[in-house]
Ligand binder design. Structure first.
Ligand SMILES: C[S@@+](CC[C@H](N)C(=O)[O-])C[C@H]1O[C@@H](n2cnc3c(N)ncnc32)[C@H](O)[C@@H]1O
Length: 412
């Protein structure tokens, strides 16, 4: 029998449950207390006494997940239906949007989404005008996927297929996107062979259909991608969220790229064959911390070049310069360096007192001590000015950099 969608939560009951959850969240925030799910449930039951316990439970689960999804999706979360695992694995809309536009620009008109989950990639492919076969092995997830596709008004472009994608006959003419499941319950699966579908199956598919893109964990080894592929690391608002491997039918010659997305900007940096390893040198007037996507893609030289800077040390990827850090602020964070000194608690405390800095954030890289321990030992008064202390190493010497507060791009 062909797959038929099962019953979905009653929209009116769901709207009621969502309003009750949001009220409870707001009340908990106002009172500084925790939210009581039983009270939320009793509140909805009072207003809809005729609803069956199963319908009520389904609506409350969806309402709770929508509230959770707002962190990732903003208020558009209210359009979608979720499972807890599907939400954890959902591609962020800005990232899915960029990928879909790149595929569209490459001339892709039809794409197979091999493991479509709740549909966050499939929907963006359709919004970019592609026809999509959204293949999902789990029928319950497929129900929600189909509902999400309908809610976004792209169901005329998306065909939901409930199947194990490995059973489909995919050929050289197909363009394919895969976002393999990389979790088992709450556990992240590190071994690419334990992903579903497994990495070796995707590599075999890439031989057959080289117009393949696979979303993977951002911590992957650089050598996971087969020869000729391009890997793109993406961060959203400072958080490294994913890497994507583009097979040779879609890859650019650069082979490595970083996309840094912030609320108001998106910047792409491509690796260059003529790049020269940056030199290291003493601390200047500014300290820059490249975005994690830049770091993972091995593109720190871009930050160094933009500010005519140098590395503080080859192992830490902190960049320092005497020039204006402005040109790199879309791909790095920057702090003014007030002074740098060999690390000891006593000398750091003296230095902060002399500058009337009574509150600091302590950050570290390649440094053994725990920032919270250092902060406790500093016993700062908590008043006066604020600053940031970086603990790191230059060669084998532990140093502390006392910095002012972060500078922001002028657009913020
Ligand atoms: C990481 S999720 C996809 C998330 C999706 N890209 C999104 O943003 O909503 C992976 C999905 O692939 C499905 N899946 C895993 N193995 C599969 C297979 N062999 N065939 C089809 N679907 C599969 C899982 O059930 C899961 O829903």
């Amino acid at each position: 029998m062909p797959w038929q969608p099962s019953e979905l939560p009653d929209p009116d009951l769901l709207a009621l449950a969502l309003a009750a959850w949001l009220d409870a969240v707001a009340a908990a925030e106002r009172g500084g207390g925790t939210l009581d799910p039983l009270k939320v449930s009793a509140n909805v039951r009072r207003q809809r006494p005729e609803a069956s316990p199963a319908a009520l439970a389904a609506a409350l689960t969806q309402a709770r997940l929508r509230v959770r999804a707002r962190d990732r999706l903003g208020s558009q979360a209210d359009q979608f239906l979720f499972t807890a695992t599907g939400l954890e694995q959902a591609t962020r809309p800005q990232v899915a949007h960029r990928r879909a536009r790149r595929l569209q620009a490459a001339g892709i008109e039809h794409i197979v989404d091999a493991g479509a989950g709740l549909g966050f990639d499939a929907i963006e492919f359709a919004r970019a005008g592609m026809r999509v076969d959204a293949v999902e092995i789990d029928p319950a997830t497929a129900d929600l996927l189909a509902a999400n596709v309908r809610a976004c008004g792209v169901d005329h472009l998306v065909r939901v297929v409930v199947a194990d994608v490995r059973d489909l006959k995919l050929g050289p003419a197909d363009a394919c996107f895969a976002d393999p499941a990389r979790r088992s319950g709450d556990r992240r699966l590190k071994d690419p062979e334990s992903w579903s579908p497994p990495w070796s199956w995707l590599c075999a598919l890439g031989q057959l259909t080289p117009r393949l893109v696979a979303k993977v964990a951002p911590g992957i080894d650089h050598d996971l991608a087969p020869a000729g592929c391009e890997t793109v690391w993406t961060s959203v608002n400072g958080q490294l969220v994913e890497a994507a491997v583009w097979w040779p039918g879609l890859a650019r010659a650069n082979r490595r790229a970083a996309v840094v997305i912030r609320s108001d900007s998106a910047v792409e940096v491509l690796s260059r064959t003529d790049s020269v390893a940056p030199a290291a040198g003493p601390a200047g007037q500014w300290l820059l911390e490249p975005d994690d996507a830049i770091l993972r893609a091995g593109l720190v030289d871009e930050v160094v070049n933009r500010v005519s800077g140098r590395l503080l040390d080859h192992r830490t990827a902190y960049v320092t310069t005497d020039a204006d850090p402005g040109p790199a602020l879309d791909i790095a964070r920057a702090w003014p360096i007030l002074t740098s000194l060999p690390f000891s608690i006593a000398s750091l405390r003296r230095e902060l007192a002399a500058r009337d800095i009574g509150r600091v954030v302590v950050k570290k890289r390649a440094f053994a001590a725990d920032p919270d321990d250092v902060l406790r030992q500093l016993k700062l008064p908590g008043d006066g000015g604020s600053g940031v202390v970086f603990l790191t190493r230059v060669g084998s010497a532990p140093i502390a950099l006392v910095c002012g507060n972060e500078v922001r791009p002028t657009s913020e």
